[in-house]
Design a protein around this ligand. Sequence first.
Ligand SMILES: Cc1cc2nc3c(=O)[nH]c(=O)nc-3n(C[C@H](O)[C@H](O)[C@H](O)COP(=O)(O)OP(=O)(O)OC[C@H]3O[C@@H](n4cnc5c(N)ncnc54)[C@H](O)[C@@H]3O)c2cc1C
Length: 407
Amino acid sequence: MEPLTNWAGNITFGARQVLRPRTLDEAREQIAAATKLRVLGSGHSFNHLADTDGDLLSLAGLPRTVEIAPDRATVRVDGGIRYGDLAARLHAEGLALHNMASLPHISVAGAVATATHGSGVGNGNLATAVAGVEIVRADGELVTLTRGDADFPGSVAALGALGAVVALTLDVQPAFELRQYVYETLPATSVRANLPLILADGYSVSLFTRWTGIDVDQVWLKRREPMTGPEFHGATLADGPRHPVPGMPAENCTQQGGVPGPWHERLPHFRMEFTPSSGEELQSEWHVPLSRANDALDAVAQIRERVADVLQVSEIRTIAADDLWLSPNYQRDSLALHFTWIADTEAVLPVVADVEKVLAPLDPRPHLGKIFTSAPELPRVADFTALAGRFDPTGKFRNDFLDRLLG
Ligand SMILES: Cc1cc2nc3c(=O)[nH]c(=O)nc-3n(C[C@H](O)[C@H](O)[C@H](O)COP(=O)(O)OP(=O)(O)OC[C@H]3O[C@@H](n4cnc5c(N)ncnc54)[C@H](O)[C@@H]3O)c2cc1C
């Protein structure tokens, strides 16, 4: 077998083989028969979370399922579908998801497993849209949990530790339009004085900075209403399309300039038609309480030269609180500080540790699909470990990464 890597190429999986079932029954048999197994989504995580020295199971070959409920409030999808494909199908039916991540190529089940998020003070992470989850346990049994079940908050953002998610039911809403605007050079004085206002001035707001100076390089606003002027808290409307990394070509980015368009062609930063097979980058991200947003910016600014040295760009986003046990947003409205690093693990890791050190007083929670070095305290880890023990008594779905994380 060719060595199999994640999307970024920084992880080579240690699996003996990749199982690719074409039906649910085949998946159940393969899971029951395996001694060690991890489910692989679209491989967009940056660490050993999906790795195993047993078998990898890919659900990409399951029959594509997009079943809209008669009341049009939910959709049931299979465990291998990607957001971009689902979004196009939903939009054609006049429906929408509440939010999307920066890239539409990521699998829904994989994104939900790590509580992947977009931005917006009123928007929970993507796992909060889950109303039901169908999991094949270690013994091959199919278990369905729905919102309201006692174990449900532990079974959604579950890191693949409970079993293979073969289907998900997601909340949907009527399709809506958004306009995307990019403003450049937001002065530090405005950031400090008006951060809560700035972050709330759109359905989804992202700030991009390279930590090289005192300013935010770009503000990306995704809004239902048009903007009224060329100025935003001292930042200036871009005179053409922009890439989040200043100077990079913008043709792969979703349409800007305030042109109204469907939700799924504005919420991600990158277009679905552009398919990056691998990426020259690494990523880390930490979530801190939104109420400490300025403290978090001050903390990273203390080491801005160290960070800037190995950084492509940072993105600052917001996420509404939820009740999912392993979610970084568990019971706390959050500010997420994201770092797209250069593709040099050796150079990046010491800086990751430095960022963790300066953020430590703010109780940071890492994105569990990205690079971190600390041993994070997960909100409801004891409850989760007990739940995982019931679904997987022999530790079939465990790996070293989960052993370190869950104890
Ligand atoms: C270019 C890029 C952009 C990104 N943008 C964002 C962003 O905007 N916001 C954000 O929060 N994150 C972002 N991420 C991180 C990414 O969303 C997460 O790492 C996500 O978990 C990746 O999903 P995946 O399908 O690739 O999962 P994988 O990396 O393949 O697996 C991740 C975890 O999900 C589990 N899993 C996958 N499928 C299943 C299944 N069917 N059943 C059970 N467990 C399963 C795996 O076992 C593993 O534990 C980005 C990553 C990249 C590379």
